[in-house]
Design a protein around this ligand. Structure first.
Ligand code: SME
Length: 137
């Protein structure tokens, strides 16, 4: 049953579900922070393979969220200066931090092939997803 799955497997299933159920969620993944090294490390994801398995704090959208502790919605990635391109098909991105006992331990990162698809509803929904994910820690 779902209860017997490891945390990794559960996170993988969450990525798959989000990717499959929301048509504009084209890449869904988790990054986890190493606070000593000041780096983010790619965890479970669904979508195109990425070279960016390690991202320094401050770099790109993901790295900025590691430092700001705030949601980051990018309607048009081509308008962002501090952005790490994973694929030319990506038009927009949303990153929502993952808090466990008030500590930012990582984030959920979603890329879309659609321009400006993310609304407050996505933010609220992904905050809820992360609150559930936090219970696995
Ligand atoms: N675009 C991200 C890098 C991670 S990929 O989207 C999977 C960024 O700018 O941080």
């Amino acid at each position: 049953t779902l209860f017997d799955l490891s945390r990794e497997e559960k996170l993988q299933k969450i990525c798959q579900l989000l990717h499959d159920e929301v048509d504009y969620y084209n890449w869904v993944g988790f990054y986890f922070a190493n606070h000593e090294a000041q780096t983010l490390h790619l965890g479970p994801y669904v979508g195109a393979e990425t070279d960016h398995t390690v991202i320094p704090f401050g770099k790109g959208i993901c790295g900025q969220v590691a430092v700001s502790n705030k949601n980051f919605v990018v309607p048009d990635v081509s308008a962002q200066e501090n952005y790490i391109a994973c694929s030319f098909t990506v038009k927009s991105e949303i990153v929502v931090p993952l808090f466990v006992n008030g500590k930012n331990i990582g984030q959920i990162d979603i890329d879309s092939h659609v321009l400006d698809p993310f609304s407050k509803k996505d933010e609220k929904f992904l905050e809820f997803v992360n609150e559930e994910v936090a219970k696995l820690f």
